[in-house]
Design a protein around this ligand. Structure first.
Ligand SMILES: [Zn+2]
Length: 271
C-alpha cells in the first residue's frame, strides 16, 4: 500500500518529470474508483496549467487556477509517465494528457483510489480538514504528542497510526519508528513519558525522511521507479522480519497479530 514516502516520491517524480505544465485533456477509461470520477473533470482541466503540486497526508493536490484535483492512491494506485502511444494495460483507469504529449497514467487494480475536484480551498475538503499535523510540520512536537496521548489506553503503535494525531505514519513506518525510539509497540499510549515522546517525534521524522530519500519501501510502479522495490526495504529493522535476528542485539524479532495487522518488535530493545 502506498504510504507517505511513496506519495511524496510520486509528487517529486511528477514535478521533476513534467516538461510543460499545460494539460491537454484527461481520459477516464473507468470512473468507478472509491468515489465516481466526475464526468466534467476533463472540461475543467482542459487547457489549464498546473500551478502547484502539494501533498497533504497521502493526498496529492494538483492545483489549478480554477480549483484543485485531489488524488489518493488508495490501496494499490500508482501514477507513472508513459509515452503517448503506449497501449493501456488492464487497470490503467485514467490518463492526464499534457499539452507536451507526456501522459501521466493512473493504474489501480483495487480501485480504492480517488480523483476528486474541489473548487474552493482544498484544505477545507471534508477528507482533509480534520487531518492531524504533518509529521514534518512544527505542529508535530514532543509536547503535542505527549498531551494528545494522556489517558489513552490504545497501544502507542495504534496511536501513531491515527491520522487525527499525525498523518502518514502507516504500519511499516510506525513499527520502525518505535524500534528506533526503543518503545514497545503494544505499550499504552497514555503511559509514554514526555522524554520518550520527544524521541518518538524524532524517530518518526527520521524514518520517513530516510524512506523518502530512498524512494519508499513498497515502490514498484511509481513515476521514478525502475521496476525495483524501494531501497528502504533494506533498512528495515523489524517490519517483516519475524524470527530473524535483531540487527542490534541479535534476539529474534517477534510478531504479534492484532486484527488485520502484524506488529513487529524486538523484545529486548523495545520496552
Ligand atoms: Zn534488539
Amino acid at each position: 500500500m502506498p504510504e507517505l514516502p511513496e506519495v511524496e516520491t510520486t509528487r517529486r517524480g511528477i514535478l521533476a518529470g513534467l516538461t510543460d505544465r499545460r494539460v491537454a485533456r484527461i481520459v477516464v477509461r473507468n470512473p468507478h474508483l472509491r468515489w465516481p470520477v466526475q464526468a466534467d473533470l476533463s472540461a475543467r482541466l482542459r487547457g489549464r496549467t498546473l500551478a502547484s503540486l502539494e501533498r497533504r497526508g497521502k493526498y496529492l493536490l494538483f492545483g489549478f487556477a480554477n480549483g484543485t484535483l485531489l488524488v489518493h492512491l488508495g490501496m494499490s494506485g500508482s501514477l507513472r509517465f508513459v509515452v503517448a502511444d503506449e497501449t493501456p494495460r488492464r487497470h490503467d483507469h485514467i490518463d492526464l494528457v499534457m499539452a507536451s504529449g507526456q501522459v501521466l497514467r493512473y493504474h489501480d487494480p483495487r480501485r480504492f483510489g480517488a480523483f476528486l475536484w474541489q473548487s474552493g480551498d482544498p484544505f477545507q475538503h471534508v477528507l482533509l480538514r480534520d487531518l492531524g499535523p504533518e509529521p514534518f510540520s512544527p505542529d508535530f512536537h514532543a509536547d503535542y504528542l505527549y498531551a494528545q496521548s494522556r489517558g489513552r489506553r490504545s497501544s502507542i503503535k495504534q496511536f501513531l497510526m491515527d491520522a487525527d494525531i499525525v498523518v502518514g505514519v502507516g504500519n511499516i513506518y510506525a513499527s520502525e519508528a518505535l524500534f528506533r525510539a526503543g518503545v514497545h509497540p503494544l505499550r499504552a499510549a497514555g503511559r509514554i513519558s514526555r522524554q520518550r515522546s520527544a524521541r518518538l517525534v524524532q524517530s518518526v521524522r527520521d524514518v520517513l525522511n530516510e524512506a523518502i530519500a530512498m524512494g519508499g519501501t513498497t515502490l514498484r510502479d511509481y513515476v521514478d521507479s525502475r521496476g525495483e522495490q524501494g531501497e528502504f526495504a533494506q533498512n528495515l529493522f523489524v517490519y517483516g522480519r519475524a524470527g530473524e535476528a535483531c540487527r542490534i542485539c541479535a534476539a529474534p524479532i517477534r510478531a504479534s497479530r492484532t486484527g488485520q495487522r502484524s506488529t513487529f518488535f524486538c523484545p529486548v530493545c523495545q520496552r
